[in-house]
Design a protein around this ligand. Structure first.
Ligand SMILES: NC(=O)c1ccc[n+]([C@@H]2O[C@H](COP(=O)([O-])OP(=O)(O)OC[C@H]3O[C@@H](n4cnc5c(N)ncnc54)[C@H](O)[C@@H]3O)[C@@H](O)[C@H]2O)c1
Length: 453
């Protein structure tokens, strides 16, 4: 294999603090965040005989009140029952406070599947405690959090995987290899549709009740668990619980805890864009033509402050332009690259090549061509790729710097939209906006309630 990228260019693991189990040893993994994505990732880890789930952690013990699905209960006690049953034990530790997990030296690695407002603080603390980290995307809620996570990963020599699992899927790798190797001819633009179902909840049936209410019984003891649940996010007046933004899953629809559909799906597709362009350790130079119908300033709807529909362009220094919109506007969830030799469309489970490449096969790539990180060793399983990387003392498919840069693009678009800008200029080297001090202030995310990195 001549040139391997995607993982390359990232730091080498030097004086590793994180324990690397011997091949004969199990990797003890704690699950932090027991919601639907926590369950999905955990089950993939459970399929791997090298991994043992030792702890499950969530301030919610058990709740069937989810933002979009009131039938499936979640929470640490539900997870404990499932894990105990799987291993035929009663020994799985069910813990409310993640700090207890991080203090336990028997834990080698953590899976962070909380809402986005917690990723950076728990991630940095975990790395300081020498734990390897599998952290869901978007890696951060704000740009400055990414810098802290990169420093922690370097300082503590741990393996860090961002849950951008499209990087482990063959169709996305092949699409990126086609673009990188110029097989589409000159490729100057692309169109990206972001999943509509993850918009502000209007069409997707999410809970939209904005009535300020009492903290629900499923957070118990209330004050302590509410503080652990909201963590660094600013509380609302009178400590109100607003179902539409506080019920599990619904943190996405308020900017104190999430970044809406732009980040939810942008974190996935911008990651692939950067992979295909080879800009994964830098980024664009501008966000242009920003149009959104978001951020309704009316008092009644101030809680649901994310983009419902939006369009913007991500612009690179060589003139490449990605036109982005919600699926309702663009028509299709995925990335369509427009090249001299036709269009290439890629989405989950779909790779549509232009006529000019219909007879092309992956094996046509030459040794001297660009070959990207190939997750065949883990059969395309992103979680198993993380475990392989921990055992092998290396970084996996989507390391911390790449996760930071992909999340940054989501943040640039959101910052531009929230400030009402139609365009912003960005310097990917200094990681500052150019000529926009108000935007630069938004790079630094403020944490509240005594939580800091
Ligand atoms: N990779 C993907 O395709 C994909 C898909 C869906 C979600 N996600 C990501 O996974 C994460 C979780 O999403 P979800 O839909 O499962 O959200 P969710 O709100 O349903 O679940 C998050 C869980 O974290 C818990 N939590 C909150 N504070 C905590 C704390 N301090 N310690 C431990 N647990 C805490 C909540 O109580 C909740 O049970 C998000 O970052 C999301 O963006 C990724």
């Amino acid at each position: 294999m001549a040139a391997v990228c995607g993982g390359c260019g990232t730091f080498n693991i030097g004086k590793a603090k994180g324990r690397r189990p011997a091949p004969s040893d199990t990797l003890n993994l704690a699950i932090i965040g027991c919601g639907p994505m926590g369950d999905y990732n955990m089950r993939k880890f459970m399929d791997d005989p090298r991994v043992r789930i030792t702890h499950v952690c969530d301030p919610i013990a058990e709740s069937s009140f989810h933002g979009y699905d009131a039938k499936t209960p979640h929470g640490r006690d539900v997870f404990k029952r499932n894990v105990d049953k799987f291993y035929g034990t009663t020994a799985t530790k069910s813990v409310a406070d993640f700090r207890e997990v991080l203090d336990d030296p028997s834990v080698d690695a953590v899976q962070i599947t909380t809402g986005d407002h917690w990723h950076a603080i728990i991630g940095v603390e975990a790395m300081k405690a020498g734990k390897h980290v599998y952290c869901q995307k978007p890696m951060t809620l704000g740009i400055s959090e990414g810098w802290a996570m990169i420093s922690a990963a370097k300082d503590h020599g741990v393996t860090f995987q961002v849950g951008s699992q499209q990087r482990s899927a063959k169709e996305f790798r092949i699409a990126a290899e086609i673009i990188r190797n110029g097989l589409l001819g000159e490729c100057r633009s692309c169109t990206i549709g972001l999943c509509y179902a993850h918009n502000d909840g209007v069409e997707s049936g999410y809970n939209r009740d904005c009535t300020p209410s009492a903290i629900p019984d499923w957070l118990n003891p209330k004050t302590e668990m509410w503080n652990l649940y909201l963590g660094p996010a600013l509380h609302w007046e009178n400590d109100a619980y607003i179902p539409a933004i506080h019920a599990p899953v619904c943190w996405r629809w308020n900017s104190r805890t999430g970044n809406g559909s732009i980040a939810d799906w942008g974190a996935h597709h911008f990651d692939i864009l950067q992979w295909a362009l080879g800009t994964e350790l830098s980024g664009p130079v501008a966000i242009e033509n920003v149009k959104t119908d978001i951020f309704d300033p009316s008092v009644t709807n101030r809680y649901l402050d994310q983009a419902k529909s939006y369009q913007f362009d991500i612009v690179y220094d060589n003139g490449f332009r990605a036109h982005v919109g919600d699926e309702g506007t663009i028509g299709r969830n995925g990335l369509k690259f427009h090249g001299e030799r036709g269009d290439l469309f890629v989405a989950r489970g779909k790779l549509e090549l232009p006529e000019s490449l219909k007879s092309w096969k992956e094996s046509d790539l030459k040794g001297s061509d660009v070959h990207l990180y190939n997750n065949e060793h883990a059969k395309g399983c992103h979680e198993m790729d993380f475990t392989d990387a921990v055992y092998e003392g290396r970084q996996p498919a989507c390391p911390v710097e790449i996760g930071h840069r992909s999340a940054t693009i989501c943040h640039l678009a959101n910052i531009a939209a929230r400030l009402g800008r139609t365009s912003v200029k960005w310097n990917p080297q200094t990681e500052r906006f150019v000529g926009d001090e108000e935007a630069n202030k938004r790079i630094f995310l403020k944490h509240h309630n005594g939580w800091t990195i």
